[in-house]
Design a protein around this ligand. Structure first.
Ligand code: TRP
Length: 472
């Protein structure tokens, strides 16, 4: 209902707003896209993957992957999405009905599913931590104690499963209600709050005796640590962080207004996302070294170190509850974008109702998701290609499906859709004068992106040697 408002500008805005639901302001768009990008990837994954791969040198490689590969793929997705106003599969079908490019979108929907399968496990731990922190279960400055709490949680059966189901119900409810606007409005307030809290922990962490060692780990590169495996990890993380390579950004791009400056937006999002990741690193590594811990503790790094840091400061418990709460919010915002890829696909391609699509999808995620959640207990010994279920879903999506998706999205935009179309969409029908940028972008998506990803993938998976030995 259009309400009568006496401020003329407001009334005007309401009347001229387009019918199809979309993001209404530039700030809203940034908040939503950033809401997808910022998540467990920044606060949980970035620090532990950086820790496991040697620190500063890894970060440099990561930044290169982000700028040279991740950013062009993000822009490609936004261009396709905004132009077609369709889901990941529908977008390819609209642009090229006669060739099987829609399979790229299909692989994207599958990736969204497989990421959700283990993302909900970790989000469950975070939700659980909100309550543990509030209830006083995490009140120790000794990482030895906080690690007991964490290990008890993840090696349980009922407790982590309960939290995973809880996460799915929360996320499903929001998606089903279709309150993208609600979550958008909420994240617009909570994201800055997360930022401020991170800043406070950063300051506290930097004041710990021995913090310098953590800083040099983060910022002083040791290039002897770089191997092809490390480069593959950096590439995968760049995709995962920016939510690209599987159509989430096609889906979100489809809600973006035609006057938005897409290249500018992609750059802003990538910068803001990187800032949050680095701040999470500064929160964690000085503390890791100050407490005499090893930086390569893996997936549990966040859950053990952060509580110990909080407990060594005044009002630590309050801050700790807030911190995990906001991490839960960030994770939920990211999950909405993952879920939306599947829901948009099912509702637009098969005319399922939003309700049916959401219920069946979270049921499917929960079913397979339990194998990820139980991979520290019942399935601790079960492996696929030498990895636990959890690690298998993580590795195949992050390090294989997303980069491969990126190759095809770039090839599609560069060689199939082509220069003239890209120029029209990227310049907003010629209203933006950015022809040089369009040309540079085309060069990237045609050559740099596909070649770079292919080389990293082949080398990272050890396939290069097998191929060479086949020919010799
Ligand atoms: N970028 C999010 C994070 O850092 C995760 C995420 C959301 C994602 N949507 C995605 C990853 C789509 C890959 C693809 O936590």
């Amino acid at each position: 209902m259009l309400k009568y408002v006496d401020v003329e500008g407001d009334a005007l805005k309401k009347v001229t707003r387009p019918k199809r639901e979309g993001f209404s302001s530039s700030i809203g768009v940034i908040a939503a896209v950033l809401g997808s990008a910022v998540g467990l990837g920044n606060i949980w994954k970035f620090p532990y993957v950086t820790g496991a791969n040697g620190g500063a040198a890894f970060i440099l490689v990561y930044l290169l992957c982000l700028a040279l590969v991740g950013l062009p793929v993000m822009l490609s997705e936004h261009l396709i999405g905004r132009h077609t106003k369709a889901n990941a599969v529908g977008a390819f079908k609209a642009l090229q009905p006669r060739r099987p490019w829609f399979l790229v979108g299909g692989a994207g929907v599958l990736s969204a599913y497989l990421i959700m399968v283990y993302y909900t496990t970790v989000a469950g731990w975070v939700y659980a931590y909100v309550f543990k922190a509030a209830g006083g279960a995490l009140l120790s400055v000794k990482p030895e104690d906080t690690s007991l709490v964490f290990n008890a949680l993840v090696s349980g059966v009922g407790e982590p499963l309960f939290w995973q189901v809880f996460v799915l119900l929360v996320t499903g409810t929001i998606i089903m209600a279709g309150v993208t606007k609600g979550i958008e409005r909420v994240t617009k307030v909570l994201m800055p709050l997360l930022f401020i809290l991170l800043l406070i922990i950063d300051i506290r962490s930097l004041m710990l005796p021995g913090a310098g060692e953590g800083l040099s780990f983060l910022f002083k590169p040791d290039f002897s640590k770089i191997t092809v495996g490390v480069i593959l990890a950096a590439l995968g993380l760049a995709f995962f962080k920016l939510s690209v390579g599987m159509g989430a950004m096609i889906t979100y791009g489809s809600y973006v207004d035609k006057n938005e400056n897409l290249p500018k937006m992609a750059i802003k999002v990538a910068l803001a996302d990187t800032l949050v990741s680095l701040m999470a690193g500064i929160a964690i590594f000085p503390a890791v070294f100050a407490f005499g811990f090893k930086p390569d503790a893996g997936a549990k790094l966040l859950f053990i170190i952060i509580p110990a840091v909080f407990n060594s400061m005044p009002f630590g418990r309050v801050f700790m509850v807030l911190f995990f709460l906001l991490t839960a919010v960030a994770a939920t915002g990211a999950m909405l974008s993952l879920l939306e890829v599947i829901i948009a696909y099912l509702t637009e391609q098969y005319q399922w109702t939003r309700r049916k699509a959401t219920l069946l999808t979270i049921l499917a995620i929960g079913s397979l998701g339990s194998t990820a959640t139980l991979s520290n207990s019942i399935f601790a010994k079960a492996t696929m290609f030498g990895k636990t279920f959890f690690d298998f879903y993580d590795f195949t999506t992050t390090n294989i499906l997303l980069p491969v998706g990126g190759i095809f999205i770039a090839l599609f935009v560069g060689w199939q859709w082509g220069y003239a179309n890209v120029k029209r969409e990227m310049s907003n029908e010629g209203r933006l004068k950015n022809d040089v940028l369009v040309r540079v972008f085309m060069f990237f998506v045609k050559f740099i992106v596909p070649v770079a990803i292919t080389l990293v993938l082949l080398a990272g998976l050890g396939l290069d040697k097998r191929i060479l030995s086949f020919f010799s």
